[in-house]
Design a protein around this ligand. Structure first.
Ligand SMILES: C[S@@+](CC[C@H](N)C(=O)[O-])C[C@H]1O[C@@H](n2cnc3c(N)ncnc32)[C@H](O)[C@@H]1O
Length: 295
């Protein structure tokens, strides 16, 4: 280590949080991480077990073990690992969910899907969440609708383990049936849901390599890859859902912002649905489709 670096190292040992925040922000900025100061704050707050105000009030120097943890977190974020994977959790609809590389990080758009579902179907009796991932939709609906029976399906066993842990964390794991299967294939004949909700993968395979590094390099591709046009799983679910829905039951889908007209056409052609509602997200982009089953 050079003399300057050694002096900086010695000085760092007695510096308060504000010094480490500046250091972390600069390290993230030089790596091109968007919002470096916010990320540095969140990482340091997590290391010290403080909220953001506490961070700015703290005058004591950092313990060596906290310095080491913060350095590791900053190094991971410099490699563009998502903040939520480093912290191990992400907020969704007012609750915290455990996340890891086996599950997609819940997105704000999906909170809108849940909000719209609850508006249209308050307290829906039988609910199926297809492609549950870390369980954010299933666990939220089970929590918000105490009378509902919820089935959560994913074809990834590892995702289901995380989803189950989230169910336990929020006290609803016992009220959810956890099913490892392809779409609706494991539901018995004769089963009828009031509501099927799904945020299935909808990115076209060819677009995956161009995703921002946080997504493409860290989130599971099986949670993103929607086949050549991005619609293969959505199309399969649209075709299969009416068999598993009560008459007038609702299929609620999150979609890619360019997919609404294809999904509308698909639903009309199938003759299985009597209405197709497209709802936009907060950025004004088509983001959700609500289909009412005719059968
Ligand atoms: C976009 S992620 C959504 C996760 C979570 N529901 C959310 O909204 O954050 C899609 C999930 O669908 C699952 N999946 C992909 N293909 C599937 C299939 N054929 N059957 C069931 N689940 C599938 C993936 O494993 C992944 O967990």
């Amino acid at each position: 280590m050079s003399k300057d670096a050694t002096l900086r190292e010695i000085a760092g040992r007695v510096q308060p949080a504000a010094h480490w925040l500046r250091w972390g922000t600069a390290r993230l900025a030089t790596a091109g991480v968007p919002h470096p100061s916010v990320d540095a704050e969140m990482l340091l707050a997590a290391v010290l077990g403080l909220d953001r105000t506490g961070l700015y009030l703290r005058q004591d120097p950092l313990e060596p073990k906290d310095q080491a943890s913060f350095r590791k977190y900053i190094a991971r974020r410099r490699r563009r690992e998502p903040l939520q994977y480093i912290l191990g959790e992400a907020p969704f609809y007012g609750r915290l969910f455990r996340v890891n590389g086996d599950v997609l990080i819940p997105r704000p758009e999906t909170e809108l899907l849940v909000e719209e579902v609850l508006k249209r179907h308050p307290g829906a009796g039988r609910i199926v969440d297809v492609g549950t991932g870390g369980g954010c939709i299933a666990v939220t609906l089970a929590s918000e609708c105490p009378g509902a029976q919820v089935v959560a399906v994913d074809r990834s066993q590892r995702a289901l383990q995380t989803a189950h842990a989230n169910g336990s964390r929020h006290g609803v794991a016992e009220r959810i049936h956890w099913v490892c299967a392809d779409l609706l294939a494991a539901l018995r004949d004769g089963y009828r849901a009031d509501l099927i909700v799904a945020n299935l993968p909808y990115v076209a395979s060819g677009e995956l390599p161009a995703l921002q590094p946080e997504v493409g390099a860290y989130e599971p591709w099986e949670a993103l890859d929607g086949g050549s046009d991005g619609l293969s799983l959505i199309a399969a679910l649209c075709a299969a859902a009416p068999r598993m829905l009560v008459r007038g039951g609702l299929l609620a889908l999150e979609i890619g912002d360019q997919q609404a007209s294809a999904v509308r056409a698909m639903a009309r052609r199938s003759g299985l649905y009597d209405s197709v509602d497209v709802i936009r997200d907060l950025a004004g982009k088509d983001r959700m489709v609500f289909l009412n089953s005719l059968r």
